[in-house]
Unconditional design. Structure first.
Length: 175
């Protein structure tokens, strides 16, 4: 990113290749719409280029990029009001060694998890998805959400609790 910031714009292609799949998956889990997610990834990289001067080399590129991703998504939601219903999710290739009953059970659990995640407020969904990102630390999330690390930990804990409760409700069980 430092090279892009210094004017070597061809390096943006390298960043795109490294990060577009994870960004697409992030947006897909928020919107559950493939086309919209592709558009949001494109918009994100336009903004990375536009706001490259704000990148600080001493900070985390991933955190900076996901902060932009959050803004891109929020801008998108403001244009669409009210929030769109959840539609489609990423297709997974079945594991050939997995039995049909195990695959069916896994797919059912994944569907229940997607439904439960969809029941959470946007901020909690974002926080859960970002907290599971391997390159983001709680310190990065605290900066993104403009709160303390302790507040992030508490919020993640509460979001997981709410997700667990929603998952059980979706399954037909009691919370």
């Amino acid at each position: 990113m430092s090279a892009v910031k210094e004017g070597r714009l061809e390096m943006l292609a390298v960043l795109f290749e490294r990060h577009h799949v994870r960004l697409f998956n992030f947006f897909l889990r928020l919107t559950r719409d493939r086309e919209r997610s592709e558009d949001l990834v494109q918009e994100l990289f336009v903004r990375v280029l536009k706001y490259r001067h704000t990148f600080r080399a001493d900070g985390s590129f991933t955190a900076w990029m996901y902060q932009i991703a959050r803004h891109v998504h929020l801008s998108h939601l403001r244009r669409l009001r009210p929030e769109l219903p959840l539609d489609e999710i990423l297709d997974r290739q079945p594991d050939s060694a997995e039995s049909a009953s195990a695959r069916l059970e896994r797919e059912e659990d994944e569907d229940h998890l997607r439904q439960a995640l969809g029941r959470l407020p946007l901020r909690k969904r974002e926080l859960l998805l970002l907290s599971r990102h391997p390159d983001l630390k709680y310190e990065d999330l605290a900066a993104m959400f403009e709160c303390s690390v302790g507040a992030v930990k508490v919020s993640v804990h509460r979001a997981v609790h709410d997700l667990r409760k929603a998952f059980l409700e979706v399954q037909g069980g009691s919370a």
